[in-house]
Design a protein around this ligand. Structure first.
Ligand SMILES: NC(=O)c1ccc[n+]([C@@H]2O[C@H](COP(=O)([O-])OP(=O)(O)OC[C@H]3O[C@@H](n4cnc5c(N)ncnc54)[C@H](OP(=O)(O)O)[C@@H]3O)[C@@H](O)[C@H]2O)c1
Length: 346
């Protein structure tokens, strides 16, 4: 008889958490109970069809087999190890554990075998990295990737619910010719703008943390520290769905036709590539879907071993919630939801 798990969803009132709750049910994850957790502000609220939101305490976190976290890095830093100590396996959406050598950083279609080495915590990559590596994996396997030049066009839902409200409120004000509310989620007005500042600048760094994540996480997931990566992450006034223009320089020659065939055959990818009929991936069309969409696949006229492509996905789904639930499913299928020691994680 297959096992049924007691599952915690931490950050259950947020955009990613809400979707994880929905996907666990829709995809039939074998849970005998799902308990929603959020901040103290939400404790006691009812989530329809799920139950009462709990606050995180030493008592409330006991007795779980699995915990899916999407409540930010500081909450994961403090509470993910405590869940592990209490016997759960944690799948974490925040950036807190991703680059820890003891923590596998896993994309379901790309490196699922890395899950076997987990010591209690498994990390879900950053949304812009996630969708890109799904598209890069078949190309890397076939021709080897030497260098990537990436420009992202990232939606505001990637910043959280408050940023979505900020875009809508500013847009509404500007369309009604009134003073837009001052920026809070971003350094500048996001409505009708493009901010070359997705993420934040650490003191002394000329790249944002989002750009560093793209560079470092891509190498870790593809298992190749030699790949050179140049990244510019831009926040655009799109509600949901990240788009990326990626220049892929390969070690072996690969034609656009060969790349298209590889991508068509790869799991989790839909190729939408007929520019003459205005067919290419769009954020509005990717929203609500779990796949990664790839189009505009063409030879870079400036380099005989480089291709350009346009990669789009729903950042809340494949970029976060869908992959987290896929990882939970693989952990279950491979019998990896078992208590581990966590003493080395800090
Ligand atoms: N949005 C994306 O595209 C995306 C993609 C990949 C990863 N992620 C990561 O997923 C996480 C959540 O993103 P989101 O877009 O869902 O954010 P969100 O809509 O702002 O939701 C944040 C969630 O975290 C909870 N939370 C905040 N502080 C907490 C605390 N101290 N203790 C317990 N719960 C707390 C909130 O509870 P309350 O409602 O009670 O405040 C809410 O449930 C972040 O770590 C983000 O980096 C997001």
């Amino acid at each position: 008889m297959s096992q049924e798990y007691r599952v915690a969803v931490v950050g259950a009132t947020g955009q990613v958490g809400t979707l994880m709750l929905r996907l666990l049910r829709e995809r039939g994850f074998p849970a005998r109970e799902i308990v929603p957790f959020a901040s103290e502000r939400s404790a006691g609220k009812e989530i329809e069809g799920v139950g009462t939101v709990q606050a995180l305490t030493e008592e409330t976190i006991q007795g779980f087999d699995l915990a899916l976290f999407s409540a930010g890095g500081s909450t994961s830093g403090e509470w993910a190890p405590r869940f592990v100590e209490a016997g759960a396996v944690v799948v974490d959406n925040s950036s807190k554990w991703r680059m820890n050598d003891e923590v596998p950083l896993v994309v379901a279609e790309v490196n699922p075998d890395a899950l076997a080495s987990h010591k209690g915590i498994v990390a879900n990559p950053n949304c812009s990295t996630m969708q890109m590596v799904v598209a890069l994996k078949p190309i890397h396997d076939a021709a080897g990737i030497e260098r990537l030049v990436i420009s992202t066009y990232q939606a505001v839902s990637g910043t959280g619910k408050k940023a979505v409200d900020e875009l809508l409120d500013q847009s509404h004000a500007l369309l009604h010719e009134t003073e837009p509310p001052a920026p809070e989620a971003y350094a500048h007005q996001i409505a009708f703008n493009a901010l070359p500042h997705a993420g934040s600048f650490a003191p002394g760094d000329d790249h944002t943390d989002e750009e560093r994540k793209l560079i470092n996480e891509t190498r870790k997931i593809l298992g190749d520290e030699e790949i050179r990566v140049s990244a510019t992450c831009v926040r655009v006034p799109v509600v949901n769905g990240h788009s990326e223009a990626v220049n892929v320089q390969t070690r072996e020659e690969l034609s656009p036709e060969e790349a298209r065939e590889l991508l068509r055959a790869a799991p989790g990818i839909t190729v939408a590539d007929d520019p003459s009929s205005a067919l290419y991936p769009l954020a509005t069309e990717a929203t609500g879907h779990d796949e990664v969409f790839v189009g505009r696949i063409r030879r870079d006229p400036g380099h005989e071993r480089a291709l350009d492509m346009w990669i789009v996905a729903d950042n809340l789904r494949k970029g976060a919630a869908t992959n987290a639930v896929q990882l939970a499913e693989i952990l279950n299928e491979r019998d990896l939801i078992t208590p581990r020691a966590t003493s080395t994680l800090a």
